[in-house]
Write a protein that binds this ligand. Structure first.
Ligand SMILES: Nc1ncnc2c1ncn2[C@@H]1O[C@H](COP(=O)(O)OP(=O)(O)OP(=O)(O)O)[C@@H](O)[C@H]1O
Length: 301
């Protein structure tokens, strides 16, 4: 049984040739939750993932990992006690390419203290990964799937998937999402999923961290973030009239019906007005909010 870890960063900065990839980040990943790490290209997601996993030393500030059987807060860099409890799976693989799959599995089983061989075996079957094939001979999708198998079977108390499943096709990604949820339910741990596929993973996430240019845009439970806006659906004219005073993040029209995503709190009086006008009010899509929150400043209304 693994025990989930809490992650904190304090004024965390990482620079490349003087340019900040992470800029004074203060965040906290609550234990035992699935967190999404969202951001546009170059926003710092991979740098953050690598720094949390102890692959990179912060230039300023620090990463602190605590809880579970680790106890009090420790920094992960060059700290085997922490890194044995953290598993980072990246799209680049970090795998020794010249060995057969079964050797990579044996190595992970030897190195990973919480390794579950049954989970590994079941997932290798489900993803149809050939055990005797050398890793360098696997297709990109199968290599990604192998990364996912290693990440899930490691059952690490802090598990980070850095866009590691992007090489997989849609059915394989759906298999991954199902396997992740099933295994997380059985053994809750702290999971961080870095992705661009916001709408695809939004149902899995409990909390999101959004980065832009190395800075923290927001960290919030998904429900609270969704509460920052609403989707309004109904006859086009009524939707236009109702949304006139709001920032509209997205709109779509089908015949006489329109759907608009707005930013802003709807109080009970406004909700009553919407219902009276024959409009349906629903939660806002995470993808629309993400696009809005990470748009160039001039494009935000
Ligand atoms: N090894 C490196 N050397 C120099 N600059 C780097 C290096 N790694 C990242 N950077 C820079 O740091 C910034 C953040 O990059 P990072 O890869 O962390 O972003 P990302 O959000 O993961 O991007 P993507 O979604 O495109 O993978 C970018 O400006 C990038 O060019």
């Amino acid at each position: 049984m693994t025990t989930a870890l809490t992650v904190r960063t304090e004024e965390l900065s990482v620079r490349f040739a003087g340019a900040p990839a992470l800029d004074r980040l203060d965040l906290r990943l609550a234990p035992g939750k699935i967190h999404g790490l969202l951001g546009r290209n170059g926003s710092g997601k991979s740098t953050l993932a690598a720094t949390l996993a102890g692959f990179r030393r912060p230039d300023e500030g620090r990463v602190l990992i605590e809880g579970g059987d680790l106890g009090t807060a420790q920094e992960p860099y060059e700290n085997a006690v922490v890194t044995s409890r953290v598993c980072l799976i990246r799209e680049s693989g970090d795998l020794v390419e010249a060995v057969p799959v079964k050797q990579a599995i044996s190595l992970a089983a030897a190195l990973r203290p919480y390794w579950d061989a049954d989970v590994a075996g079941a997932l290798l079957d489900r993803f149809e990964i050939p055990l005797n094939k050398k890793i360098q001979k696997l297709s990109r999708g199968k290599k990604s799937a192998l990364g996912v198998v290693l990440g899930l079977a490691a059952r690490a108390p802090l598990t980070i998937f850095d866009e590691s499943y992007l090489g997989m096709d849609v059915p394989s990604r759906n298999l991954f999402y199902d396997a992740l949820l099933a295994d997380y339910t059985e053994v809750p741990r702290t999971i961080l999923l870095s992705t661009h596929l916001v709408s695809e993973v939004s149902a899995l996430l409990e909390e999101v961290v959004i980065l832009d240019n190395g800075r923290l845009v927001t960290q919030s439970p998904v429900d609270a973030l969704r509460g920052r806006g609403a989707s309004i659906v109904g006859p086009a004219a009524a939707v236009d009239e109702f949304t006139a005073g709001f920032a509209v993040l997205a709109e779509e029209r089908l015949g006489g019906t329109k759907s608009a995503t707005i930013l802003g709190d709807l109080d009970p009086a406004l909700l009553g007005q919407a219902t009276a006008a024959g409009l349906e009010v629903g939660p806002v899509g995470l993808q629309d909010l993400f696009v809005h929150l990470t748009a160039p400043t001039g494009a935000r209304s």
